[in-house]
Design a binder for this molecule. Structure first.
Ligand code: HEM
Length: 487
């Protein structure tokens, strides 16, 4: 009897495997299912998506389909063909599953286009100027107040990542959420949550980690709950306006609380890491540091002084060198995965005229980090930080080519189309303000005690989640400049 059941189960398993075995059809992209039944390449992808996709690109070229835990993902790596994915309404931008697994959040009543419009309105025009000015004030206050109570002329030592993330997070939180008494507590809890975000998204938490993630998420919901944040109806903070938007869209109180954590993460998880890489690259390259400092010296820095906190100094000033350094930093360290659901069978037309059939139910994605950003055909020595890669003599360089064709997408840190960052202008203004403030008010140098200065490697689990983060930190020393101290 037992044998019969065993044989029947085995037969059933073999039948399921045979039926679920997919073969490449005519006109479909190369198919790579991996050796493990059903799982396919899931482990390799989770471990280091950039390394895995680079291996697949070498094997199959600019388009291929891979199997990941029972699902099929077509990856397109030819930037000249990106518009055929970005502009196609038959490909659905679907983040329902991510919202659920990371934030335990469901917002069925909100149309993505309505939310996108709201975000754009509240990060552009007059709102942008107001937010940038507030951000500048908070950055300045935090930078200078963190030095109160100690001898300002003494060198302080800190991890560069912690220094940048903590300052930009707290200033960003104060600007958008306007809650002064818990910024440090929210930052501390946020770092715990953020360190588990990629595992939450991939449902790969160990039991202990799951407990930590759930606890941290609950603490953050509590810290961010609209009742605990400033202001009733009269308050006009960004956060309060967002809560009113959710209420108008029929979102209940529990989901409003959870949506605030989504927005905290979306608005705060990228700028700090970006500033870290930027200052880190400058510290590894004297020529770049000198060029940026010399550009800053030439600006009318009167406005940057603490006596004029209400003026946002960088709005009106040209900073091509700093802009170029930021673009180069983001080329090397921004790694979003742009993904769409194929809701009905579709023909994808490549720029070279080749046509591929995509199957309904599959996913199609772009990974601009591999191409265009790290593509040696587009950017010479792509692994190397070249501070003037995006700089003509004194202007922005934006002509890059692949297969002799000028590229529309030669770097894509901010996403594109429906995946475009709504806070791009605010983020650029913020990072530039931070760098200018740090280099103007502080002496910053490598901590020689740790030997030769080298930036830490990238944490490979973060590929696909926006800005990359380092695996570890690097110690730096900083102190207020004498002039500032005496002022
Ligand atoms: C270096 C800094 C930043 C980078 C590289 C970045 C990049 C991105 C990318 C790639 C997306 C699209 C994600 C996707 O759809 O899969 C995105 C979305 C978004 N970003 Fe940023 N971001 C940065 C900073 C910021 C800041 C400072 C804010 C606001 C304070 C912000 C606000 C947003 C919002 C609201 C969205 C969602 C847009 C929507 O779909 O409605 N970002 N960001």
């Amino acid at each position: 009897m037992l044998w019969t059941v065993f044989l029947l189960l085995n037969g059933l398993l073999i039948l399921i495997l045979l039926c679920s075995t997919r073969r490449r059809q005519k006109n479909e992209p190369p198919l790579d299912k991996g050796l493990i039944p059903w799982l396919g390449h899931a482990f390799e992808f989770k471990k280091d998506a950039a390394k895995f996709l680079a291996r697949m690109k070498d094997k199959h070229g600019d388009i291929f389909t891979v199997r990941l835990a029972g699902r099929y993902l077509t990856v397109l790596l030819d930037p000249n063909s990106f518009d055929s994915v970005l502009n196609d309404p038959a490909l659905r931008h679907n983040r329902i599953q991510l919202l659920q697994s990371i934030f335990s959040l469901s917002l069925p009543s909100i149309e993505p286009a309505t939310e996108k419009k709201w975000m754009e309105q509240h990060f552009q025009g007059v709102s942008l100027s107001r937010l940038s000015r507030a951000m500048n004030t908070h950055l300045k206050n935090l930078l200078l107040s963190d030095h109160k109570g100690c001898d300002s002329l003494e060198w302080k030592t800190d991890g560069l990542f912690n220094f940048c993330y903590s300052l930009l997070f707290r200033a960003g939180y104060l600007t958008l959420f306007e809650k002064e008494d818990n910024a440090a507590a929210v930052y501390k809890e946020f770092r715990t949550f953020d360190s588990l975000v990629t595992k939450l998204a991939r449902c790969s938490l160990k039991q202990e980690e799951r407990k930590t993630a759930n606890l941290s998420r609950e603490k953050l919901w509590e810290l961010l709950s609209p009742a605990r944040l400033n202001g009733g109806l009269e308050s006009n903070s960004w956060q309060q306006k967002y809560v009113r938007f959710l209420q108008e869209e029929g979102v209940d109180a529990e989901m409003q609380k959870r949506a605030l954590l989504l927005q905290l993460w979306t608005t705060q998880c990228n700028a700090g890491p970006a500033a870290f890489w930027l200052l880190g690259f400058l510290l590894t390259c004297d020529e770049a540091m000198d060029a940026v400092k010399s550009e800053i010296k030439g600006l009318n820095l009167q406005d940057v002084s603490p006596q004029h906190p209400h003026i946002n100094p960088l709005e009106a000033l040209e900073t091509p060198v700093l802009d170029g350094v930021l673009s180069e930093t983001l080329r090397l360290t921004a790694a979003v995965l742009i993904s769409r659901e194929v809701v009905q069978d579709k023909i994808l037309c490549m720029a070279n005229g080749q046509k591929y059939h995509l199957r309904q139910g599959d996913k199609v994605c772009l990974f601009p980090f591999l191409s265009p950003q790290m593509d040696p055909e587009i950017h010479e020595d792509p692994q190397i930080f070249k501070y003037n890669r995006f700089l003509n003599k004194d202007t922005k360089k934006d002509d890059f080519y692949k297969n002799n064709k000028k590229l529309k997408y030669f770097t894509m840190p901010w996403g594109a189309g429906r995946n475009m960052c709504a806070g791009k202008e605010f983020a650029i203004a913020t990072i530039k303000q931070f760098v200018v403030l740090v280099l103007t008010h502080f002496d910053l140098k490598i901590d020689e005690a740790q030997g030769a200065f080298k930036l830490p490697p990238v944490n490979p689990s973060r590929y696909g989640f926006g800005m990359l983060q380092p695996d570890g930190d690097v110690q730096v020393k900083y102190k207020l400049k004498r002039r500032q101290h005496e002022a």
